[in-house]
Design a protein around this ligand. Sequence first.
Ligand code: CP
Ligand code: NVA
Length: 306
Amino acid sequence: MKKDFLAISDYPSQELQDLLDLAEELKAEWKSGGNKPILQGKVLAMIFQKPSLRTRVSFDMAMRHLGGDALYLSPAEIGLGKRESIADVARVISGYVQAVMARVFAHEHVVELAKWSSIPVINGLSDYNHPCQAMADALTIQEEFGTLKGINVTYVGDGNNVAVSLMHVCAKLGANFTIANPEGYDMPAESIAEARKFAAESGSALAFLRDPHEAVKGAQVIYTDTWTSMGQEAEAARRAKVFPPYQVNAALVAEAAPEAIVMHCLPAHRGQEITDEVADGPHSRLFPQAHNRLHAQKAILAQLLG
Ligand code: CP
Ligand code: NVA
């Protein structure tokens, strides 16, 4: 296993599958009333440049479950790259704690942090990707369907950080991935090229469409995310005009496979990318998915730090 967890694309399929299987094991262990304190005495520093509910609380609780501890460092505190260079932060913090989780704006910042840290660095979301989210997503799909192999996953909306990591985990683990997004909101071409390589190895099929109705035909998973990600607030008004045809509502879900589940990394903007009816309806897996952040991240922490 690599020192850091920065991108799904860095990991061989088998290691990702092993992580999912470990997450299921740890979840079962926790459900039956116990957690082995395999990270006793270990501390995770959590650096945030952006707000968070799920990432912050699930990482903190993951460390507690495993017998360790976590330290929250707010955007105001560290001033990553502003108050102090990232290389200096990395070298200082490496002497205090056993791992770092960082949520950053520019992906290069988490890469830089990892480069200069002698301890594992975990990407808790960057403008480019969200690999911990993708592991929780994959766990949710595996729990629902028993596997990712051959499952049809359709993402509807912005070709953003969450979409990139979801595409990569699907392509690595053999799920078929389709995206429908408006022109001008495509995922980066390099990420698509990487996904094509992974898909050729795993046998998964990829499709890049504009029409959400065509995209959800046969979908067993419909996934969406906010139209305006953190850091893009200045574009919100323009995006609000472009994205309404990409809303995941009951009519769109009715066009998918009857057993389709609906996923969203959250926070949801109800009435925009997803309606209340869908978010709270029988197809929704939004909350089990959010809860799986805890279990997927326990597996990542156990692998990197155990
Ligand atoms: N899905 C997710 O990462 O949520 P937070 O922004 O609340 O951490
Ligand atoms: N795409 C969203 C995900 C939030 C968890 C963002 O970057 O704001």
